[in-house]
Write a protein that binds this ligand. Structure first.
Ligand SMILES: Nc1ncnc2c1ncn2[C@@H]1O[C@H](COP(=O)(O)OP(=O)(O)O)[C@@H](O)[C@H]1O
Ligand SMILES: [Mg+2]
Length: 353
């Protein structure tokens, strides 16, 4: 669903590379996606496909020697002007104001954004004061309010505590509170619940859904859990080896995937209940190619049941729209018409919200 004004974020053909002595890793190698105001978009794909580097590229916080080398990251600011984050100086004033103030990011490991030597309250106060002209007293009141907003019990007390005094779930809430303290219009979440136990995971996901409804902010949600995608997101973007290979409304993709990789990914999900019974999961055949020597042609051809041994091995397929809102990067998509998949059952984490 594209809002009237168009997307707030539009990433086009983005490329981010790490030049290392062993060779060049093309971590993000032609990724395109868009996020409308208030929308939740999921990014899925196996480990190493470039999900984290993509989010970091958007905020321009790719660690050295990583570099955004090509493409556009169009961000629509509150006043409707559009700025290309890919071309901003990586540590300039404009990107620093957008980072945290307009686009916030939360991580799997809360300690990557929390300081161990400051109280939770002081850290949120600092984030607020960096961006608004508020007094320390006003900022403290807002910090406590923000902790209450993320359903933190006894927020005044928690504000005076250090991260190590909190449980993993509480730390995750504190990190979310810090991310929300500046009212971002886009929250990027990188596997925010992967390290949590099932019950806490369900609580955090429910919290994120509530906050999004209340604040109307957009969420770009990275996960490898397709059950979470089905519950949390409206549209999904599937990545393979740095490229977007499929994108579309979550229900359509789960009902009728168009790319053989998406099809394989959906077949590899444990059906709810099977895991307990110890049944084997279908794995995607083959392994992810070495990032230094990505195959010619379609990067998935060596693992694909539908490799035509000709074009699939020589020509990189383009990402194209083959039905309204359905994007796919496969030479044979029309011909294959992959389908017959049904929505996966909710992931166990979501069984008891
Ligand atoms: N700091 C880094 N230095 C070198 N290569 C990296 C670095 N970070 C990520 N990469 C490489 O970029 C690719 C994408 O990584 P990443 O975005 O972390 O994957 P994902 O989040 O999808 O699991 C991988 O091949 C990874 O090895
Ligand atoms: Mg990652």
């Amino acid at each position: 669903m594209i809002a009237d004004k168009g997307p707030i974020l539009e990433v086009e053909d983005l490329r981010t590379q790490f030049s290392l002595p062993q060779g060049t890793v093309r971590s993000v190698d032609g990724a395109s996606l868009s996020v409308a105001q208030g929308e939740t978009v999921g990014i899925v794909g196996e480990s190493g496909c470039g999900k984290s580097v993509l989010l970091r590229s958007i905020l321009r916080i790719v660690p050295r020697p990583g570099k955004v080398v090509d493409g556009a990251i169009r961000w629509r600011r509150k006043d409707d002007t559009v700025v290309d984050l890919a071309t901003l100086p990586g540590d300039g004033r404009e990107i620093r104001m957008i980072r945290g103030g307009e686009i916030a990011m939360i991580f799997q490991e809360p300690m990557s954004s929390l300081s161990p030597v400051h109280t939770i309250g002081d850290q949120i106060v600092e984030a607020i004061m960096l961006r608004g002209n508020t007094t320390p007293e006003q900022a403290w009141v807002r910090a406590v309010e923000t902790l209450a907003r993320v359903a933190m019990p006894r927020p005044e007390m928690i504000a005076r505590q250090y991260p190590h005094e909190l449980s993993g779930g509480m730390r995750q809430r504190a990190m979310i509170a810090m991310a929300l303290s500046c009212d971002p219009r886009l929250l990027m979440a990188d596997e925010p619940t992967t390290a949590l136990d099932v019950t806490t995971q369900a609580q955090i996901l429910a919290l994120m859904r509530r906050l999004q409804r209340e604040a109307g902010m957009a969420i770009l949600f990275v996960t490898h859990d397709l059950g979470v995608v089905a519950q949390m997101t409206e549209r999904v973007v599937v990545m393979y080896l740095g490229k977007v290979v499929e994108a579309g409304p979550v229900g359509d993709i789960f009902a009728a995937p168009l790319h053989p990789y998406t099809h394989a990914l959906l077949h590899s999900i444990p059906r709810f209940g099977l895991r307990q019974k110890g049944e084997r999961l279908a794995a995607i055949p083959g392994s992810i190619p070495d990032p230094y020597s990505v195959p010619r042609g379609c990067a998935f051809h060596a693992r694909c049941r539908f490799d035509d041994k000709r074009r699939c091995r020589s020509e990189v397929p383009a990402l194209r729209e083959i039905a309204p809102g359905r994007m796919v990067r496969c030479h044979r998509a029309e011909e294959l018409g992959l389908s017959g998949m049904s929505m996966p059952e909710p992931s166990p984490a979501l069984a008891h919200p």
